[in-house]
Design a protein around this ligand. Structure first.
Ligand code: ACO
Length: 367
């Protein structure tokens, strides 16, 4: 018997529905396309949090409180940077969140969310030998992130493109990092601990760590004419093609199309890069369809994440932290939702190891 949790239902949620067969994502009653068209970052935060805690349901109030929380998180930046020298950016986020404390769930949710762009920008600037830039609480979270990264106000088209990305990835059912957050929250632990654990789950290449390697793959292919041969060789070596396939979607990942459209809205980009990306996507989809005819392995969110974030000017070492800047909305909403149930998550394991000598009781379904 091979045990998986593939069909297990871990929670009831009012937050989002992932329709793997139909290739559809619904967030709080809105199709992803409508969510993205009508909601910026703060409105998405209010939509998700407000579904579980009406006190966090007003976008304008959320914007004010997130601004104040960014300033508070920035106060911890010197100590966090001192403690994380040499760590990868995603590990700076993990360690940084773990070093925060807040009074009560609401304050923790706001602080965890606000800390993500502050820590991302501070670690990125340290990597470039630059001092951190303090947040501007009057700005929206996305404009402030780019401003803290660059040290100058950001072009509105870049802000919009990044905002579309962050809203697109804000919540996605019971994905691995959200599940990790809910498991931690279910012990009645605090939201900051749940977010620290979720970051640990996100960083793996089978979850949020894929977009950086997508660009590495494009660089390795180099020339559109080499795409088919490179992809065939990678598959022959038994490698996974980053940015393709999904555990739930049996149709195309709807987030890929939303991000593809955002990329087009951003305006003309490097034509050589665009041609290479197109050739690699085509080659990968064709090769995967031929190799796994019974299983649709299509472009997932991470392929276009890589292209969009690259076009926005975010370094590939910051892609997984950028994912966390968006997904923290889902993590924290799920944490609030899980805490409200008051129920511990405690599945069983199926023991298949040795039994004590001479003991004849059966090892079925034990935990
Ligand atoms: N490249 C090559 N082969 C693949 C890929 C891929 N991208 N995806 C699946 N396969 C293969 C599997 O190895 C498996 O082969 P096997 O039957 O010979 O063992 C077969 O296709 C079927 O696999 P699935 O059951 O569809 O894959 P699973 O659900 O276990 O994994 C996952 C899903 C982890 C996303 C996988 O598709 C993958 O590794 N993709 C690349 C990494 C990636 O893009 N991750 C980001 C996912 S999106 C997100 O988390 C935000």
């Amino acid at each position: 018997m091979s045990v998986t949790m593939d069909d297990a239902v871990a929670a009831e949620t009012v937050l989002s529905r992932v329709d793997g067969e139909g290739g559809r994502l619904v967030v709080r009653g809105l199709d992803l396309e409508d969510l993205v068209a009508g909601h910026g970052f703060e409105a998405t935060a209010a939509l998700l949090w407000g579904a579980v805690d009406p006190g966090l349901g007003d976008p304008a109030a959320v914007a004010t409180r997130l601004g104040a929380a960014r300033a508070r998180a920035f106060g911890r930046v010197p100590a966090i940077l001192a403690a994380t020298d040499g760590l990868a950016p995603i590990d700076v986020l993990r360690a940084g969140v773990a070093a925060l404390s807040a009074d009560g769930d609401r304050a923790a949710v706001l602080l965890a969310t606000a800390a993500m762009p502050v820590l991302l920008a501070a670690t990125a600037r340290r990597g470039r030998g630059l001092a951190p830039v303090a947040p501007d609480p009057a700005l929206g979270q996305v404009a402030d992130l780019l401003r803290m990264l660059d040290g100058a106000p950001a072009d509105p088209a870049r802000v919009r493109a990044l905002e579309v990305y962050l809203v697109t990835v804000a919540d996605h059912g019971m994905n691995a990092s959200t599940f990790a957050a809910r498991v931690i929250a279910a012990t009645a632990s605090d939201p900051l601990s749940a977010v620290a654990g979720a970051i640990g789950a996100l960083k793996g290449p089978l979850h949020g760590g894929a977009p950086g390697p997508v660009l590495d793959m494009l660089d390795a292919v180099g020339d559109p004419a080499d795409a088919d041969a490179w992809i065939a060789a990678a598959l022959a070596r038994g490698e996974r093609l980053m940015g393709f396939g999904h555990r739930i979607y049996r149709a195309r990942d709807p987030r890929a199309d939303v991000l593809k459209a955002a990329l087009a809205d951003l305006g003309p980009r490097d034509p050589a890069r665009a041609a290479l990306a197109e050739a690699v996507e085509r080659a990968a989809r064709t090769a995967l369809a031929a190799r796994y005819p019974g299983r649709r392995l299509d472009t997932n969110v991470e392929f276009y994440t890589a292209l969009l974030l690259e076009a926005v000017g975010i370094d590939r070492t910051l892609f997984t932290p950028a994912f966390a800047v968006g997904r923290v909305l889902g993590w924290t909403a799920h944490v609030l939702e899980q805490r409200a149930t008051g129920r511990l998550i405690r599945p069983k394991s199926h023991y298949v190891g040795p039994l004590p000598e001479g003991d004849d009781y059966r090892a079925a379904a034990n935990g």
